[in-house]
Design a protein around this ligand. Structure first.
Ligand code: ADP
Ligand code: XUL
Length: 517
């Protein structure tokens, strides 16, 4: 059996798989808000941060680990686990002093993790991915490298507020003494991996690439980016490594307290998005995942470390080897809901409107589908921009509105994924809106690729369990065929006659966008 853990923003989740029989044996979760109310973090972070600061208490993550393993030891056969891997919300960072390793090596299992490791923290809180307080630090890092293009070329992303490098720089500037006392800087993923392994372990390429510090060509910390970020940073970061590197045996704390076998091994942990790529079965270039949640995300495996010259996308390591892209679109379901409510529809009527009059209406009217500020492209939209027929612009015909909104969303996605130079061969669709047939068909038609719906609720934790099995010698593609199957009867084929229609609409969409931002 293999155990995958995912320490995400709101919860810590475990998925236990039996690789030989191809079964998910058990799933268990600790919700930070509901299960650990003493941390005052109903959504997993400390509310009310000022100037864009969003932090979480790393001791909460440790209490969650104790609680999760206590629950697992009661409900699952932990004695059969051969390997553990995991993932964490990306970009968040934990700061620890020189005693961290000794404390990990001598944990007393009659006590808890949080009280024994608290004295090693040089910073009581951990900035997480929702933090936007580091605009100045991003500017400083960018200027020091001679411009955004150089930061993108080296690290795969522009210097961006939530990424760890700018966060480290801000910590160094605001509390230099505490920065000096810091011997280890960990990501959420490598912090939890270190606790499980009982020693400070490496940061993997997948999550490490979300720091604005990893050189994608060399897969090493980039000396120019390190220098631009904070002094002596190289000494505080362990060397980056591949996710499937086995770290040794699980800490005695976990074997003696919770019944994991003492020869249970641990792999490195990665970011939640790279782990989801594995859990969605999309680690081969040509596979694309589109997640239609509160916001929409597009992520895809890539062979080489290509980067987005416009700086909208991010590039992370793919746990199966190579790289992956991640592109976020803020106006996802929020925009679809705004139009649905404006037209007074429910989702099934919205679905029918999306599919109405495909042959005559497809690609005829254009909408820049943004009801508020967008990040891809970065622009402060205050409402959608319409260009088309009188019936469309006057909003008298709901089906034209619904069609143009969805076409606009997926043309925008196709446009901003062009730098990857891959034609999607299969699209795996997930997230709340993926069950809507009209929306799913629109994705197939605009990308001209078959779409499969994947109904995996804990894709990151499942991906981590699969990484653990692969690190033990199992064939990852074979496991993915079994564990990451599309939902029954969920496949949709593209309407091939619409290929030239959407090729032309893409050009006109791009021109309309260029006229606004
Ligand atoms: P998140 O993980 O970001 O919270 P989910 O993947 O759970 O989001 O998706 C939630 C969104 O799915 C809601 O905002 C809602 O607008 C959308 N949604 C739910 N059902 C449908 C549907 N039948 N058609 C279109 N969108 C839907
Ligand atoms: C990705 C990002 C989030 C976090 C939390 O860049 O910031 O997806 O990984 O899930």
């Amino acid at each position: 059996m293999f155990l995958g853990l995912d320490s995400s923003t709101q919860s810590l989740t475990a998925v236990l798989i039996d690789a030989a029989s191809g079964q998910i044996i058990h799933q268990q979760s600790v919700n930070f808000g509901a299960d650990l109310p003493q941390y005052g973090s109903p959504s997993g972070f400390i509310p009310g941060g000022i100037n864009g600061q969003v932090c979480a208490n790393p001791l909460m993550w440790l209490d969650a680990l104790d609680l999760l393993f206590a629950r697992l030891s009661e409900s699952a056969n932990l004695g059969a686990v051969r390997m553990i891997a995991g993932s964490g919300q990306q970009h968040g960072s934990v700061y620890l002093d020189a005693t961290f390793n000794d404390r990990l090596a001598s944990l007393d299992f009659s006590l808890d993790l949080a009280s024994q490791l608290a004295p090693a923290l040089t910073r009581a809180d951990s900035p997480i991915w929702m933090d936007t307080s580091t605009g100045t630090e991003c500017e400083e890092i960018t200027a020091s490298l001679g411009g955004s293009n150089e930061v993108i070329r080296r690290s795969g992303s522009i210097a961006i507020e939530r990424f760890t490098g700018p966060q480290i720089r801000r910590f160094y500037k605001t509390d230099p003494a505490a920065y000096q006392r810091t011997h280890h800087i960990h990501l959420v993923s490598s912090f939890i991996a270190s606790i499980i392994a009982g020693k400070s372990v490496s940061i993997d390429y997948g999550d490490g690439a979300g720091m604005n510090l990893l050189n994608l060509d060399k897969l090493e910390w980039d000396s120019k980016l390190l220098d631009a970020t904070a002094p002596e940073l190289n000494d505080k970061l362990s060397a980056p490594a591949a996710a499937n590197c086995v770290q040794g045996f699980v800490s005695r704390y976990f074997s003696e307290k919770y019944g994991l076998p003492s020869n249970c091994r641990t792999a490195l942990f990665t970011g939640d998005n790279p782990a989801s790529l594995v859990g969605m079965g999309a680690t081969t270039p040509g596979d694309v995942v589109i997640s239609l949640g509160t916001s929409d995300t597009f992520f895809a495996a890539m062979a080489g470390p290509l980067t987005d010259p416009n700086g909208f996308a991010h590039v992370f390591g793919n746990p199966a080897g190579g790289f992956m892209s991640l592109i976020c679109f803020r106006n996802g379901s929020l925009a679809r809901e705004a139009l649905r409510d404006k037209l007074g529809l429910d989702w099934s009527a919205f679905d029918r409107q999306a599919l109405a009059n495909s042959s005559v209406a497809a690609g005829q009217n254009l909408m820049l589908p943004f009801f508020g500020p967008e990040i891809t492209p970065r622009h402060d939209f205050s409402g959608p921009v319409l260009k088309g027929s009188y019936e469309f612009e006057s909003a008298s015909e709901p089906s034209l509105q619904v069609r143009a909104l969805l076409e606009g969303q997926f043309l925008n996605m196709r446009l901003h994924a062009q730098w990857m130079k891959v034609h999607p061969e299969h699209i795996r669709l997930t997230g709340g809106a993926s069950k809507n047939n009209g929306i799913a068909q629109m994705v197939a038609d605009i990308f001209q690729a078959p779409v499969e719906r994947i109904d995996v609720s804990n894709s990151a934790a499942l991906g981590a369990a699969l990484i653990a099995a692969a690190a033990d010698g199992y064939d990852l593609p074979a496991l993915q065929k079994i564990f990451c199957k599309p939902a029954k009867d969920s496949s949709l084929q593209p309407n091939l006659t619409l290929a030239p229609v959407y090729a032309d609409a893409l050009i006109r969409y791009k021109d309309l966008l260029a006229s606004i931002c």
